[in-house]
Design a protein. Sequence first.
Length: 79
Amino acid sequence: MRLAIGFMLLGFVLAAVGLPTTGARAQMATSPEEAACRPDVSRLCRGMSRDPMVILACLQSNRSRLSRRCLSVLQSHGV
């Protein structure tokens, strides 16, 4: 279960930062989810590694500064 959530989040983060996704990972993040977090990634995680796990850690560490939309997406994925 935890591994499945990790893959889902990886797909979401890849899509959110605009990295190419393939296969099942590409299907895990929807366009509205991507749109919800893209501004927060740009604002809060600018200049960081484009590694998806680094971006996810950035979003988690800036949780109190996230937009309501992005926070809602993270919560819906169990983060």
